[in-house]
Design a protein around this ligand. Structure first.
Ligand code: PLP
Length: 450
């Protein structure tokens, strides 16, 4: 095995042992792929590193580049690969299904779709048991917002500043970061103060932020709203866990205004928070509609909207369907994911290893002034870099430098936040304590050299 980081004297240089070597890669070089990408792929697509990695293999919490070099994947395909890359049970389930039938449509019956819907419904609280499958998180949120509008007969939706809910017209309206918005028509969404304990105006006082939602209802709408959509922990926004007691107060205001509460679980679902299976459970609320994607298929394109039979009834007003949603190969992946999470106790691993990782990252904050905040829970953690702790000045250039250097040490992390100065640590939920220690040691070493 190739040793990573061998240009870094003094660092332990060794990733935790892992018993797998990918077959030799014989495909085109990174330079060739980059040239094709420049010629034929949308110029909007970006990569994290100066010298983009050509990733050719994945196994559990590791990725391998074209030279066979192994990297600890602490970004997890953007919080998507929850069971680990190429998990054998997921592959087996997909392969079995694809060998029987690759695609059906909703006009026929197929057990793979019904079985997964039943299994998913069993993971939901309350009367949330009707599933509509989509192809992505964006599509799930588009549908959820439309359902809320149809059900209530109102147009106004409230979302949070700094939220990310997708990139189609409706969801871009709910997304509230200028970095992610085009200047095209996105009507009917009001953006409430973000209950951000680190940068928000009311610190950790969730009830004060909730009053802003009531104000928006009172002064920005007719007093009736279609609904409210939010993540429990903002992902793209920089791993911001909503201030405590926020959601119960907001849900009460929304219900009083006749609206539906939508929980966007695209990143925070499927046990990632460690303490709970769904992010909204961390605030003790039960939404009317739950949307999900990413972790649901361990990287296979799949999303879902889950709601109550009463609310789902609105969709019978027209023929409403999509071509690929509930594709049996994707739902076979989904069923395997639920089984693996249960069998391998991945949620409790996310809790135990995630708590250890957060503890160690928090200790780094005592050592390095540049770390302004460490936050999140389970395997959804954020580390915010600032050049001045008092002023909380975002340290964007340093964030990129640290990421680049950690890559050299064999650790891949994400970044996000409005200012691009937050590390997003969202590994596969099979991440081990040794992996967590290696990640922190690599960050420690990197920061010590800055
Ligand atoms: N909602 C949240 C919370 C997300 O993080 C994302 C994507 O990052 C989306 C929705 C959109 O999902 P997709 O990219 O699958 O359309």
């Amino acid at each position: 095995e190739k040793v990573v980081g061998n240009n870094n004297e003094g660092f332990l240089q060794k990733l935790p042992p892992f018993d797998y070597s990918p077959p030799p890669y014989t495909g085109p070089s990174a330079a060739d792929i980059l040239a094709k990408r420049k010629a034929y792929l949308s110029p909007s697509l970006f990569h994290f590193y100066n010298k983009p990695l050509n990733i050719v293999d994945g196994k559990m919490q590791y990725l391998f580049d074209d030279s066979g070099r192994r990297y600890l994947d602490a970004f997890g395909g953007i919080a998507t690969v929850c069971c680990g890359h190429c998990h054998p049970d997921v592959i087996k389930s997909i392969t079995n299904q694809i060998n029987r039938i690759q695609h059906t449509t909703v006009v026929y019956l197929n057990h793979a779709i019904a079985d997964f819907a039943e299994a998913l419904a069993s993971k939901m609280p309350g009367n949330l048991k009707v599933v509509f499958f989509t192809n992505s998180g964006t599509e799930a949120n588009e549908l959820a917002m439309m359902i809320a509008r149809l059900y209530t007969g109102c147009n106004d939706i409230i979302s949070l500043r700094n939220a990310y809910h997708g990139n189609a017209a409706g969801t871009m309206g709910a997304t509230a970061q200028s970095n992610w918005k085009f200047n095209v028509v996105q009507t009917g969404v009001h953006h409430a103060l973000n209950p951000d304990p680190y940068r928000g105006v009311f610190g950790s006082d969730g009830e004060k932020y909730a009053k802003d939602v009531q104000d928006l209802i009172d002064f920005g709408t007719s007093g009736h709203v279609a609904g409210f959509i939010s993540e429990a922990i903002q992902g793209v926004g920089g791993i911001i866990e909503l201030a405590p007691n926020y959601l119960p107060a907001v849900y009460a205001s929304i219900k009083k205004a006749g609206g539906l509460c939508i929980a966007d679980e695209v990143q925070s679902g499927f046990g990632r928070t460690g303490s709970h299976f769904w992010g909204f459970e961390t605030q003790g609320v039960v939404p009317d509609i739950v949307t999900m994607a990413k972790g649901i298929g361990n990287g296979i394109p799949l999303g879902a909207v889950v709601t109550t039979p009463e609310v789902a009834e609105v969709l019978t007003r027209r023929s409403y369907f999509n071509t690929f949603g509930g594709n049996p190969v994707c739902t076979a992946a989904g069923l395997a994911v639920l089984n693996v999470i249960e069998k391998e106790k991945l949620q409790s691993n996310a809790f135990v290893v995630g708590s250890h990782l957060k503890e160690r990252l928090t200790a780094l904050k005592d050592k390095y002034e540049i770390i302004g905040d460490v936050r999140g829970r389970g395997m959804m953690l954020g580390v915010e870099l600032v050049s001045d702790r008092q002023l909380k000045t975002p340290a964007k250039a340093e964030t990129l430098r640290v990421m680049e250097q950690m890559k050299e040490l064999g650790v891949l992390i994400g970044k996000g936040g409005f200012h691009g100065n937050v590390f997003r640590i969202t590994p596969p939920l099979c991440f081990t304590k040794d992996d967590a220690d290696y990640l922190v040691d690599a960050m420690d070493y990197t920061l010590s050299k800055m």
